[in-house]
Design a protein around this ligand. Structure first.
Ligand code: ADP
Length: 723
C-alpha cells in the first residue's frame, strides 16, 4: 500500500482507536494536541462539540458520512467516515479520514469579507453551517444571545443550542426538503436557560458548490410574553364578562344589543338570541328614557357615564339599576357602548326605608320638648334635637351645634362640670337615669333638669353617650308654690278648726249659761202675772205676755243652738241600726202632728247600717218634721221616705207635697238661722236644716233639695258606705 498524507484513524463500533497512520499522529498532535493510542476513545480526543456531532452523525448515517466541525475561530476539522468489510461482507471497522480546513480554503476572499460584514453587523444571531449540523460561522449577536464565546460556539453543534425535540426534527426535515424554514423552536443558553426563538434557516450553495445553511435566530421571549399577556387579558376579559355578577352588555351605535353576559340575560329575562334582536331603550322605564338617551349619546361621544335608572324587563319585572356606560374603541373609532348594570333595587328600597326612618326619627326627636344630644369620646356633639340646640346651646340649627363641645357654649365652670360628669358616665359605663340636676344654659340661666345619660359604643367601639334632659323648672316652681299654698292652707285650716272649736265652745257655753238667767226671767214673769194679775191693767198684762213669749222663744233658740253645737262634739257608739225601725219610731213621736194634719206617710225599703243611732234619728226627725210643718193647706200631706243603694254610698230621699221652695233659696236654707217665713206663719228657729247639714257633713256625705214651689220638695242626703 502506498503511504498517503491524509491522516487516517481505524476505529471500532465503540469509537475506540484500533490503529492510525503517522499523518494522523502528526495531525492529532498538531491540531488537537492529543496522541493516538490503541483503545483510546475518540471522546478523549475530539472536543466535546465535535465528539457529540460526530457520534450523532455516525449513528444516524451508520458510519458513512462526511461532516465539517468548527474547531476554532479559524479552523475546522473535516471528517470522512467509511466502514471496511471483512471477507464475509460484515463491517469490520471504520476508517476516519481527517482533514484540517482553514477558512481560506473555504471560499473566495470577497465572499468572506461580505459574509463577515453581514455577520458582524447584524443584530440578529446568524449561524452559517453545514446542512448536516456543524457550525461554520457565527456572529457576535449569536454569542450574546446564547452566552458563549465565539470559539466555544463554533465548537458546538445544533443540538447544543436548540432543544432537540420533534419540532426541531420536523423543522430540519422540512428545511432540507423545501430549502427554507421559518419556525419557532426552543433555544438553550450556555447557563442552561431555555428561551423561545424564531428560527429562519435557508440552504444555499457556496462558491465551492458546497451546501450551506444560513440560520438566523431571534429571541422571541418578549413577544411571547406580550402574546401571553394579550391572551391572558383576553381570557380575563372574557371571564369578567361571562362570570360577572353584574350585568355586562354591549350595544352598537344604534342602541341594539350586541352581546350580553348571563347576568344581563337574567335581568332582561329573555334568551341571548331574543336580546340580540332588540334595542336597550324599551327596557328603560318611560319616565327615564330621555335622560338615559342623553347618557348613552354622551358615552357614544367618548364620555364615561354613570347613572341610575328604572328598568323594566321583557317580562315586566321592575328594577332599579346603577349603570356605567363607556365607549368601545376599535381602531381608535367608537363602534358601540359597553354597559355594566348593577341591580340596586334592594339597596334603593333599604335607602328609602332608612330615609323614612331617619325622617321619622328626626321628627320625633325634634318635636318632643325634651333635650336630646349625643356626644363622642372627645365630648364633641354629634347629634342634637331642636329643643337642645335652640334652648340649651342657643343656636338656630343642628349644624351649628355639631363637632363642638360644652366649652363653646357654657361658661368655663359649668362646661367643666358637664364634661366631668359625661366622662364619668362614659368611662364607668353606668347610666344616669332621671337625676335631678341644676344646669346652666348658654345664657347662664339655671334650670331644674331631669337628666338621663346613657353610655354606648359606636360601630368602631369608640365610647359615646346619649343624653335626654327635661327642663322641669316650671314644674319645680309650681311644686314649690303648691307646697307653699298647702302650708298656708293647712295653717288656715288649723286656724279655722281652732276658731270653729272655740266658736262651738263659745256657743255651747253661751247657750248653756244663758239658760239659767232666762229661766229666772221666765219664772219672775210667771210670778208677776200670778201675783199681780188683778192689779195690772190690760196693757201691762199684754206686756207681760210679750215678755214671756220672747223669753220662751229665746229659750227655744238657745236649746236649738245648744243642739247645733253638740253635733259632732258628742261621740256616740256605732251600732247596727235598722233604719226602717228608726223612721217608724220617729213617726211615732210625731204621731200627734200626723194625725192632726191627716198626713199620709209611706216608708220605702230602708237598709240596716252601722251608724250612730241618735245622730241618724235627729236627721230623719228634722227632715220629716219639716215635711209635716211645711205642708200645703190645700191638700192632704203625703210624705215618702225611701233609699237607693249606690256603689259607694246610700242615698236617702224624704219627699213631701208641701209648699215647696223657690229655686234661689235652695242653698240658703241650710245656713243657720236662715228662714223663709215669718214666725206667725210657720213656727221655728231656722236651725233644723243647719243641724242636718252638719250631721251629713260629718259623715262625709252630701245634702240637697229638689223642689217645685207650690208642689212639694224632695230632701236628699247620702251616707258613704265607708266613713
Ligand atoms: P225652721 O223650720 O225652724 O224654720 P229649718 O232650718 O228647719 O228651720 O228650715 C229652714 C227653712 O227652710 C224653713 O224656714 C222653711 O222656709 C224651709 N223649709 C224647710 N223644710 C221645708 C219643706 N219641707 N218644705 C218647704 N220649705 C221648707
Amino acid at each position: 500500500m502506498n503511504k498517503i498524507n491524509t491522516p487516517v484513524l481505524k476505529i471500532d463500533g465503540n469509537f475506540e482507536i484500533i490503529s492510525w497512520n503517522t499523518s494522523a499522529e502528526v495531525f492529532l498532535n498538531n491540531i488537537l494536541n492529543k496522541s493516538p493510542k490503541a483503545q483510546l476513545s475518540l471522546e478523549e480526543i475530539f472536543p466535546p462539540g465535535i465528539w457529540t456531532k460526530f457520534r450523532s452523525d455516525f449513528k444516524t448515517n451508520q458510519g458513512i458520512f462526511h461532516n465539517i466541525n468548527t474547531f476554532s475561530e479559524t479552523e475546522t476539522i473535516e471528517v470522512f467516515s467509511s466502514p471496511s468489510l471483512d471477507d464475509g461482507g460484515n463491517i469490520k471497522y471504520f476508517s476516519l479520514c481527517l482533514k484540517a480546513v482553514s477558512p481560506k480554503e473555504n471560499g473566495s476572499s470577497e465572499n468572506i469579507v461580505r459574509l463577515k460584514n453581514i455577520l458582524e453587523n447584524s443584530s440578529l444571531a446568524i449561524f452559517l453551517s453545514d446542512p448536516s449540523g456543524p457550525i461554520v460561522e457565527v456572529n457576535r449577536a449569536a454569542c450574546k444571545l446564547f452566552g458563549y464565546s465565539l470559539k466555544e460556539l463554533k465548537q458546538l453543534s445544533r443540538e447544543d443550542i436548540i432543544q432537540m425535540n420533534s419540532d426541531l426534527e420536523t423543522a430540519i426535515a422540512q428545511r432540507n426538503k423545501a430549502g427554507e424554514i421559518r419556525t419557532e423552536l426552543v433555544g438553550i443558553k450556555k447557563n442552561g436557560e431555555t428561551f423561545p426563538c424564531e428560527v429562519h434557516s435557508v440552504i444555499y450553495t457556496n462558491n465551492e458548490g458546497e451546501k450551506r445553511t444560513s440560520t438566523t435566530i431571534v429571541d422571541i421571549s418578549d413577544r411571547k410574553k406580550q402574546e401571553l399577556i394579550a391572551e391572558n387579558s383576553k381570557q380575563a376579559f372574557q371571564s369578567l364578562f361571562d362570570y360577572n355578577p353584574d350585568a355586562v352588555y354591549s350595544f352598537d351605535l344604534k342602541g341594539n344589543f350586541v352581546d350580553l353576559n348571563q347576568a344581563a340575560l337574567n335581568l332582561v329575562e329573555g334568551s341571548r338570541e331574543k336580546a340580540r334582536e332588540i334595542n336597550f331603550l324599551p327596557l328603560i322605564a318611560p319616565e327615564d328614557r330621555d335622560r338615559v338617551m342623553m347618557h348613552s349619546s354622551k358615552a357614544v361621544s367618548g364620555e364615561v357615564q354613570r347613572y341610575q335608572t328604572n328598568f323594566i324587563s321583557l317580562k315586566g319585572t321592575k328594577k332599579v339599576l346603577d349603570v356605567t356606560n363607556f365607549p368601545i374603541y376599535v381602531n381608535k373609532k367608537i363602534t358601540g357602548v359597553y354597559g355594566i348594570a348593577k341591580d340596586i333595587s334592594k339597596q334603593v328600597e333599604i335607602e328609602q326605608k332608612l330615609r323614612e326612618e331617619h325622617n321619622m326619627f328626626r321628627a320625633i326627636i325634634d318635636y318632643i320638648p325634651d333635650h336630646i344630644f349625643v356626644i363622642n369620646e372627645k365630648h364633641e356633639t354629634i347629634l342634637t334635637n331642636h329643643s337642645f340646640y335652640k334652648n340649651y346651646y342657643g343656636v338656630e340649627n343642628e349644624q351649628k351645634s355639631l363637632g363642638l363641645t360644652a366649652l363653646e357654649f357654657f361658661d368655663k365652670k359649668e362646661a367643666k362640670r358637664v364634661i366631668e360628669d359625661n366622662t364619668q358616665v362614659m368611662n364607668k359605663g353606668i347610666p344616669v337615669i332621671n337625676r335631678e340636676d341644676i344646669v346652666q344654659d348658654f345664657n347662664g340661666k339655671k334650670n331644674y333638669t331631669l337628666l338621663t345619660k346613657v353610655p354606648f359604643r359606636f360601630g368602631d367601639n369608640k365610647k359615646g353617650l346619649v343624653g335626654i334632659s327635661r327642663n322641669i323648672t316650671e314644674i319645680k316652681e309650681k311644686e314649690k308654690a303648691l307646697e307653699e299654698l298647702n302650708e298656708a292652707l293647712k295653717k288656715h285650716a288649723d286656724e279655722l278648726a281652732l276658731s270653729n272649736k272655740e266658736l262651738e265652745q263659745f256657743a255651747y257655753i253661751a247657750s248653756h249659761d244663758l239658760q239659767e238667767p232666762l229661766r229666772m226671767v221666765t219664772s219672775f214673769l210667771t210670778q208677776l202675772k200670778k201675783k199681780y194679775n188683778n192689779k195690772l191693767d190690760d196693757r201691762a198684762q199684754q206686756y207681760i205676755y210679750f215678755a214671756h213669749d220672747g223669753a220662751t222663744r229665746m229659750r227655744q233658740i238657745i236649746l236649738d243652738l245648744l243642739e247645733y253645737s253638740r253635733v259632732g262634739r258628742v261621740a256616740h257608739k256605732f251600732t247596727a241600726v235598722n233604719l226602717e225601725h228608726l223612721v217608724s219610731e220617729v213617726l211615732l213621736l210625731q204621731k200627734k202632728s200626723i194625725e192632726e194634719k191627716n198626713a199620709k206617710i209611706e216608708i220605702g225599703v230602708l237598709p240596716e247600717l252601722e251608724v250612730e243611732e241618735p245622730v241618724l234619728r235627729q236627721l230623719f226627725s228634722n227632715l220629716i218634721g219639716n215635711a209635716l210643718k211645711y205642708h200645703s193647706k190645700e191638700r192632704q200631706p203625703e210624705i215618702k221616705i225611701s233609699s237607693l243603694e249606690k256603689e259607694k254610698y246610700w242615698e236617702f230621699k224624704i219627699t213631701d207635697n208641701g209648699i215647696g221652695i223657690e229655686e234661689e233659696f235652695k242653698e240658703q236654707i241650710f245656713i243657720i238661722f236662715q228662714r223663709l217665713h215669718q214666725r206667725d206663719e210657720y213656727d221655728g228657729t231656722g236651725i233644723g236644716l243647719a243641724i242636718c247639714k252638719k250631721i251629713v257633713d260629718n259623715f262625709g256625705g252630701k245634702i240637697w233639695v229638689d223642689s217645685r214651689p207650690g208642689e212639694g220638695s224632695s230632701f236628699y242626703f247620702t251616707i258613704p258606705k265607708q266613713f
